[in-house]
Design a protein around this ligand. Structure first.
Ligand SMILES: [Zn+2]
Length: 86
């Protein structure tokens, strides 16, 4: 191994959002993860929404707003005639 080009590799603990702790060796220290093999649906065999940061809800809200805006615009405007490209 060449000297002074490799990162430090030490024992550390990954802590999952479900409370599970995994002792590993890594170059990073005390990592907090969202999902692990103890709670991932693939390993548990149970259907579960993986949405710890509220992303699905955020997405739904965003597109609900866009849909409402489009409906309001369509209601306001007269039907647009299809024009042939020049
Ligand atoms: Zn977990």
């Amino acid at each position: 191994m060449k000297a002074e080009i490799h990162p430090e590799y030490h024992e550390t603990t990954f802590v999952c959002a479900c409370g599970n702790k995994v002792d590993v060796r890594s170059t990073v220290k005390d990592l907090h993860i969202e999902i692990c093999s103890a709670c991932h649906p693939f390993f548990t065999g149970k259907q579960k929404l993986v949405d710890s940061a509220g992303r699905i809800e955020k997405f739904t809200r965003k597109y609900q707003k866009a849909k409402e805006a489009k409906e309001a615009r369509v209601a306001k405007e007269a039907p647009v005639k299809e024009s042939a490209p020049n």
